[in-house]
Each structure stands twice: as structure tokens, then as C-alpha cells.
Write a protein of this length. Structure first.
Length: 316
């Protein structure tokens, strides 16, 4: 039996019921075989073709037989609240389920108060509109405005749910490159220090015993001068706001160019101006593709300002 595409819906996700699953209900089949969340199932039940058995609309409590084809379909969605805006995009990978983009510094990921246009979302919504794709902007994670590098965007609710679960489980690999003042001691290690808002400045984060668990692994790659500065690679185990910037400051090695967490008066002006912003780049991203179940990995080259910064630091 062919499971057809239906106008207004994304391509169906289909499970053929095995002998082992015969007699189970639809909810159990979809949860075990596709990992569909209860939230998504609740949404799918509301649409005519959201959940079907052999092409016929079905309840999640319906029992299945061996050989049945259980399908879910998600309605096509668009980000009507995000204005399409033409801008150059550095697309690293894209298929019908997933988009990986290399975000330049100086761009906010999603429109917020005061940033309704000029965001990564505006450019991607325009990109999909030109391609004739009906997709809602769903970033799996975000980067600070002045951090460059790789961002993953899901192209339907199921993909977003699956990647969000990978993110929460710590199975998405996010590696960053940073240039810091001083040299970490020890050279390689882990910062396990809770982070929360600064009660005096809510937009600033601090290390505090009452904060949320936050873990950053780091490895020193290069040391410049007599421990004047270092190039460090970092791997996040948690994803708190400003985590790398706060943790590097916490161990006495704030990021070069960081206006919020860097040294206020003792910074090297040549290094600061060469970097032009916090010296942090999301260099490598790895994840398991929710549809193919294959591990995929991407790397974004250092931006020109960091290549220049490394040259300047090498002369220290």
C-alpha cells in the first residue's frame, strides 16, 4: 500500500507494524518506533490526516495489526510573524528536514524586542520563501549576537523535538574556539560552576552556588607570549546563557574582546580592536540526523578577524 503525500502537510512519517508490535495501540507504536512526544501526538490528533492507519484517520488508542502502516503527518507551517529579508547566508547543509548555517558575528538569531529585522531568522525565512518551502523557523539552539559559527534549525516539529532531546541529553556535539587573556591552569580541564543571573544586573550572568548546573570542558591549543594569551577549544556539556564567557572569566581567562565579561581597563587595545568583538566561534557541530539516524558533523572555518587576531597574538 502506498502512503500518499497530502497537500498542506509535510511528507508522512510511516511505521510498518511488526509481529512484535501487533496488538499494541497507536500511541505505543509511535512512541517506541519514532519517539514521538506526547505533546506532538496531542497536536497531530487535531488534524484530519495527523494520524492514520492504512490511510484512515485513527485514534491513538486504536489497536494495530502486523503489516499495518501507521503514519503521522504534520501540517505545513510558516513564520508569518517574521518578515522575510534578503541577506547573504552561509548555508553549510540543508535537506528537507534540517538546515545548518554558519552565522556571522553581529547578527541576532531570532527577532526580539528591538530586533525585528536584520536577524538570521529574517534571512532564512526569505531563503525558504524563494525556494517555495513552507517552513517555520525553529532553531535548535542559539548563539549570542557577537558569537559566530554553526547553528542548527529544524524544519518541522518532529525534527525539532528529536534534536531538542539530543541537546538535553548532551549527545549533540558543540565545539567552540576562543582566544582568551592569560593561559588556563591546568592547560586542559573542566569548569563545573553553577550560573545564574546577576541580581544587580539581570542581563549579566555570574557564577553562584545558587545557580543552574553548568559544565564546560576546555583544552588549550596554543599559548602566546609568556602566558599572555591562549587559543582554547571548548566543549559544552550544558548550554547556559553566556556560559563559556562566564566560565572563562571565572578561571581568570576572560575572552579577548568581550565587552561584558572582559577586563575593563587592562585589556590589550590592539588585540581588542583586531578581534572587534568577543573572540568566540562555534567551530564544530555534530548530531545524529533524526531521519537517517546517521551521525553528521560540520566545521566552520575561523572568520577573518580571528585569523588576523591569531597573527597578532603570535607576535606577542
Amino acid at each position: 500500500m502506498m502512503i500518499e503525500d497530502i497537500a498542506g502537510y509535510y511528507k508522512p512519517l510511516v511505521v510498518e507494524v511488526s509481529e512484535e508490535m501487533a496488538g499494541k495501540d497507536v500511541r505505543t507504536v509511535l512512541e517506541r518506533k519514532l519517539g514521538v512526544s506526547r505533546t506532538l501526538l496531542s497536536k497531530l490528533k487535531l488534524t484530519e490526516f495527523g494520524i492514520t492507519i492504512n490511510g484512515v484517520r485513527a485514534y491513538t488508542t486504536a489497536k494495530v495489526a502486523a503489516g499495518d502502516l501507521v503514519a503521522i503527518r504534520m501540517e505545513e507551517e510558516t513564520s508569518d510573524d517574521i518578515m522575510p529579508q534578503e541577506m547573504p547566508l552561509r548555508i553549510v547543509f540543508e535537506d528537507e528536514y534540517l538546515l545548518i548555517v554558519n552565522k556571522p558575528a553581529g547578527i541576532v538569531v531570532h527577532p526580539t524586542h528591538g530586533h525585528y529585522t536584520g536577524t538570521l531568522a529574517n534571512g532564512i525565512v526569505q531563503h525558504w520563501q524563494v525556494r517555495g518551502e513552507k517552513v517555520r523557523f525553529r532553531p535548535v539552539h542559539r548563539l549570542d549576537e557577537d558569537t559566530s559559527g554553526l547553528v542548527a534549525i529544524a524544519k518541522n516539529p518532529y525534527i525539532h523535538q528529536q534534536l531538542s532531546e539530543q541537546l538535553q541529553a548532551g549527545t549533540i556535539m558543540k565545539l567552540y574556539c576562543a582566544y582568551v587573556y592569560g593561559s588556563p591552569d591546568p592547560a586542559d580541564g573542566t569548569v563545573d560552576a553553577p550560573i545564574d543571573r546577576d541580581p544587580d544586573e539581570p542581563h549579566v550572568r555570574i557564577v553562584t552556588p545558587e545557580g543552574y548546573p553548568s559544565v564546560t570542558h576546555y583544552k588549550t591549543v596554543l599559548v602566546f607570549g609568556e602566558d599572555a594569551a591562549a587559543k582554547v577549544r571548548l566543549k559544552l556539556e550544558t548550554g547556559r546563557t553566556h556560559q563559556i564567557r562566564v566560565h572563562m572569566k571565572h578561571i581568570g581567562c576572560p575572552l579577548i574582546g568581550d565587552q561584558m565579561y572582559g577586563p575593563k581597563t587592562s585589556g590589550n587595545q590592539e588585540w581588542e580592536s583586531t578581534a572587534g568583538r568577543q573572540a568566540l566561534h562555534a567551530e564544530t557541530l555534530g548530531l545524529t540526523h533524526p531521519m537517517t539516524k546517521q551521525w553528521m558533523e560540520w566545521t566552520a572555518d575561523l572568520p577573518p578577524e580571528f585569523v588576523a587576531l591569531e597573527e597578532v597574538l603570535s607576535e606577542a
